[in-house]
Design a protein around this ligand. Structure first.
Ligand code: AMP
Length: 393
């Protein structure tokens, strides 16, 4: 990577400000229900602590408090969990800027300090220069390990880099390495699996990767807009009417580039999206009144046939409503197949990552992105402000 990494920094005697992504899900009693994001950043935290740092000041956002103090979005429980994971004391402070906070950090006996939610201040998302300067004044060096917010130019991801030497943490570096390689230099054949609810979310990615990919496999809700664009009956399945022309033009473009867009040839359909709904398999034409909720067995076989020669696979979007077990077979079977191929397998964040976790296949994939929006924007070919702002090597 062309940017400074934590490995390039001498941390001895320095106070480090580190942006992490501690945006973890919590239940009604504010217990953390999934600490993956905290654990994902431990390698960077531990590396910094093992390299003679004076103090490590951690900052993050949690939820969308929109510039106000909202108790349920406090990072307090993250401090507790972090203390357990590090087996080391963590001081939690109830704000993230100001003279008092600065003094408390200086006076702290603990090496690790976690500051309160950045987004309790509207200046964070507004990328306010003065707020960024105040954050920067807390430390000597800045480290960004929050890939999940790297696509946002906020005070703690972009603004702060104007005032401090800024390096990438291991998690951010790993994301850029895998996603970057997949986009710029994939081992071929390179195939894309796309699914999920909407075509509109994936257009940028299709446009950026169509010229590079050898095939694009499409399932899930978005496949029905493509099938409809080909003149097929799709019943009551998910349709983005205003994207029909776009779907047609993508299919034409693919034909022009001699790239294959592989669509479902059979579907699991129901009358209502309901746990106990009676389901049946139909062909590529979906009868009136029926809703497509998963790909069918012939499609699973077709997708597997296409994918078996792939050396790089990027997957974004489930192939059915995988959250409901009865409609999860297509996503599960294709995921299991992909995990045995020995190809570089890169899973976009968000729902696709959740599906892979649900099927317990995490350890069998090369890389599961921790940032849904950020990985999508990166795969769309956009520059991520949180990455470009870091100090060049
Ligand atoms: P996305 O965030 O765009 O990747 O969309 C993920 C969501 O798409 C998941 O919640 C899936 O349940 C949903 N999805 C996948 N297939 C279908 C389908 N056939 N109909 C409706 N929603 C779907």
């Amino acid at each position: 990577m062309a940017k400074l990494s934590v490995k390039d920094i001498d941390f001895k005697g320095k106070t480090v400000l580190m942006r992490a992504d501690f945006n973890v899900p919590q239940d009604a009693n504010l217990n953390i229900t999934d600490d993956t994001r905290i654990r994902a950043t431990l390698p960077t935290i531990k590396y910094i602590l093992e390299h003679g740092v004076e103090k490590l000041v951690l900052i993050s956002h949690l939820g969308r408090p929109d510039g106000k103090v909202v108790a349920k979005y406090s990072l307090k429980s993250v401090a507790v969990r972090l203390k357990e994971l590090l087996a080391q004391d963590v001081l939690f402070l109830n704000d993230c800027v100001g003279e008092k906070i600065k003094q408390e950090i200086d006076a702290a006996k603990e090496k690790v300090v976690l500051l309160e939610n950045l987004r309790f201040h509207a200046e964070e998302e507004a990328n306010d220069a003065n707020f960024a300067k105040q954050l920067a004044s807390l430390a000597d060096i800045f480290v960004n390990d929050a890939f999940g917010t790297a696509h946002r130019a906020h005070a703690s991801t972009e603004g702060v880099t104007h005032f401090l030497k800024s390096a990438a943490g291991f998690l951010l570096e790993k994301e850029i390495q895998y996603l970057g390689n997949a986009v710029q230099n994939p081992a071929k054949p390179f195939m894309l699996i796309l699914g999920g609810a909407k075509v509109s979310d994936k257009i940028g990615m299709i446009e950026n990767l169509l010229p590079k990919a050898d095939a694009i496999i499409v399932g899930g809700g978005m496949s029905y807009t493509f099938l409809k664009a080909q003149g097929k009956q799709i019943g009551n399945s998910k349709l983005e009417k205003d994207k029909l022309d776009l779907a047609k033009s993508i299919l034409e473009k693919a034909r022009g580039l001699k790239k294959e867009i592989v669509l479902p040839v059979d579907n699991l359909v129901v009358d209502n999206i309901d746990l106990n709904a009676k389901s049946e398999i139909v062909g590529e034409e979906i009868p009136e009144g029926k809703i497509g909720v998963d790909i069918g067995p012939k499609t699973i076989k077709l997708f597997e046939d296409k994918l078996k020669s792939a050396k790089t696979i990027v997957w974004n979007g489930p192939l059915g409503i995988f959250e409901m077990d009865a409609f999860s077979k297509g996503t599960r079977e294709v995921a299991q197949f992909v995990s045995t191929l020995g190809a570089v397998t890169i899973i976009g964040g968000g729902d696709t990552a959740a599906a892979i976790v649900k099927f317990k296949l995490e350890s069998k994939m090369t890389h599961i992105s921790t940032g849904g929006g950020a990985s999508l924007e990166y795969l769309e070919g956009k520059l991520l402000p949180g990455v470009t702002a870091l100090t060049d090597k």
